[in-house]
Design a protein around this ligand. Structure first.
Ligand SMILES: NC(=O)c1ccc[n+]([C@@H]2O[C@H](COP(=O)([O-])OP(=O)(O)OC[C@H]3O[C@@H](n4cnc5c(N)ncnc54)[C@H](O)[C@@H]3O)[C@@H](O)[C@H]2O)c1
Length: 362
């Protein structure tokens, strides 16, 4: 079966990225309709499938030195951009996509990855805020180092469009962090069906849809270089490991996410993709808890969830007291797990708790 133009781009760019990797650092591959730099030209066989495309691209660039661009008849051109200086850091030169990156954990994860040398893609349904945050990272690290894409993780079409944009800008990606998540806490006796469906669609089905779209690019990279491994990391929750009172829709979707992680891991390792979850404890400093108008602390204070609590601080102390380490989870705690999973080449299908001892595995 022949490929569409988007599928052709999504096959060529990852292959170029892998094949033109030098000294462990991959170039950015930028798709353009026309290129002003000298290009090698390539024509694809009629009705080429992905194997034929990979073979044709490989044959064209193999042994060539200093490839600046590859022009593909009927498709467009792929510019090859090496970083002027080799970036430093634990994920130097990697491309990372983070969903739900406009605020909260997602934003701070993207910021930390950028600080550690990655190119980051901030994907969010709130694309205005994601764009603002990406611009601030561009100012800090350089114009190539961050981009924002609009993505609704409940829509495959929207996810695919965001992935296409990422591939056209960077040529592929190495780490996909499925972080976007929502919470609607209520008693099982009263929660409207639509609220249950909302949590399930974002937290559970969204993870499936993202993995379906992302894994194709990661698999294409592995096909081009069978020694290459990539990562899908789901930001799960301690509520994916133990039940959560009056918060069953969230906990159920997160438990389900661990089933997906284990199952994806079994299947996708043949494509060199490791799939793992991280299960953080409560992120009290993030907007979900600390937003002064709608955060969970104010909500719990208003609804009297903590008997005797008179201030937000009383509510916070009550929650901190549930944690053996007596504090909430922070982004640096989560990042230690993210870097462990990326650097660990011999683990997949795991759920790594980061809960200050609040949840212990058995
Ligand atoms: N906050 C916590 O205490 C905590 C604890 C453990 C795990 N987590 C998990 O961490 C992740 C991030 O949580 P947070 O507290 O930072 O949340 P948050 O509410 O602060 O941010 C969530 C982000 O996801 C985006 N988003 C929502 N729906 C989306 C959709 N359909 N498509 C794309 N983006 C969408 C939002 O616009 C927002 O930018 C979630 O998966 C959550 O379950 C949070």
């Amino acid at each position: 079966m022949s490929l569409t133009k988007e599928q052709t781009i999504n096959t060529i760019a990852p292959v170029l990225r892998m094949r033109l990797t030098k000294g462990g650092q991959s170039p950015i591959i930028r798709f353009t309709d026309k290129t002003s730099v000298p290009a090698m030209s390539l024509s694809l066989p009629d009705a080429a499938d992905d194997n034929a495309v990979i073979a044709a691209v490989t044959k064209t660039v193999e042994g060539a030195s200093d490839v600046k661009a590859v022009a593909v008849e009927g498709v467009g051109a792929f510019e090859v951009i090496y970083a002027a200086e080799k970036s430093a850091g634990r994920v130097a030169g990697k491309v990372a996509v983070v969903t739900g990156a406009a605020q909260g954990f997602g934003l701070e994860i993207a910021q930390d990855l950028a600080a550690q040398g990655a190119y980051v893609v901030l994907a969010d349904i709130n694309d205005t805020e994601a764009k603002k945050q990406a611009e601030s990272l561009q100012k800090q690290y350089g114009p190539d180092r961050a981009m924002a894409v609009a993505m609704n993780v409940t829509s495959l079409e929207s996810i695919q469009a965001a992935i296409n944009e990422t591939v056209k800008t960077y040529g592929g990606f190495d780490v996909f962090i499925s972080n976007a998540g929502v919470l609607k806490a209520e008693s099982v006796k009263t929660q409207p069906e639509k609220d249950f469906d909302f949590s399930t669609a974002v937290n559970y089905k969204g993870y499936f849809l993202c993995t379906q779209a992302a894994s194709k690019i990661l698999a294409a990279q592995h096909k081009a270089d069978p020694a290459y491994l990539s990562d899908i990391i789901q930001i799960n929750s301690k509520s994916g490991l133990v039940g959560s009172n009056r918060n069953f829709a969230y906990a159920g979707s997160k438990f389900g996410g661990i089933g997906l992680t284990q199952s994806f891991a079994l299947e996708l390792i043949e494509d060199g993709i490791k799939v793992n979850s991280i299960c953080p404890g409560n992120f009290f400093d993030g907007p979900l808890w600390s937003d002064p108008d709608n955060g969970l602390f104010v909500q719990y204070l208003r609804t009297g969830k903590i008997p005797g609590a008179k201030t937000i601080d009383d509510v916070k102390k009550a929650y901190e007291a549930k944690v053996p380490m007596r504090r909430g989870c922070t982004t640096p705690d989560v990042m230690a797990a993210v870097y462990y999973l990326i650097e660990q080449k011999y683990e997949t299908g795991q759920a790594v708790p980061v809960t200050g001892g609040q949840v212990m595995l058995h």
